[in-house]
Design a binder for this molecule. Structure first.
Ligand code: FES
Length: 141
């Protein structure tokens, strides 16, 4: 697993469900299967995929913004194919958000995921460090 630097707390926000309720990490993880990728409202209330790890014990420390890097359609996760598939112009992304097929020019945007120690709420914050998938500066900053 990649090493995740400390996040920028000042721009952090709580992840919310579709009803606008702030999500509690423990409850969220308990409610989902292993390797789940489900949409929540993340940074700036944008649709964002939280990811459950292999043994269903925790959330991944990164999330994927669901906006296609081509023209911004929301990209659904295809659980059977294990790919994100854009309905607009057919771009596909792998389970980590890397482009498999264009016209999408770039990977899905990363965000940090943490759990607030006191409240147990899921905290999202912007990813400004190196993109561990490409070892390049993030294209979205
Ligand atoms: Fe996703 Fe065009 S917006 S392929």
């Amino acid at each position: 697993a990649p090493l995740i630097p400390k996040t920028t707390k000042s721009t952090a926000t709580f992840a919310k469900d579709k009803f606008g309720s702030v999500l509690i990490a423990e409850q969220y993880v308990a409610s989902k299967p292993a390797r789940d990728r489900s949409l929540v409202f993340g940074l700036k209330d944008e649709p964002t995929y939280l990811i459950i790890n292999e043994d269903k014990s925790s959330l991944f420390t990164f999330a994927l913004n669901a906006e296609c890097s081509h023209l911004g359609c929301i990209v659904p996760w295809n659980e059977f194919e294990k790919k994100f598939e854009c309905p607009c112009h057919g771009s596909t992304y792998d389970a980590m958000g890397n482009v498999l097929r264009g016209p999408a020019p770039k990977s899905l945007t990363l965000a940090h995921v943490d759990t607030d120690e006191e409240s147990g709420k899921i905290v999202m914050s912007p990813w400004t460090e190196t993109d561990f998938r490409t070892n390049e500066s993030p294209w979205w900053t």
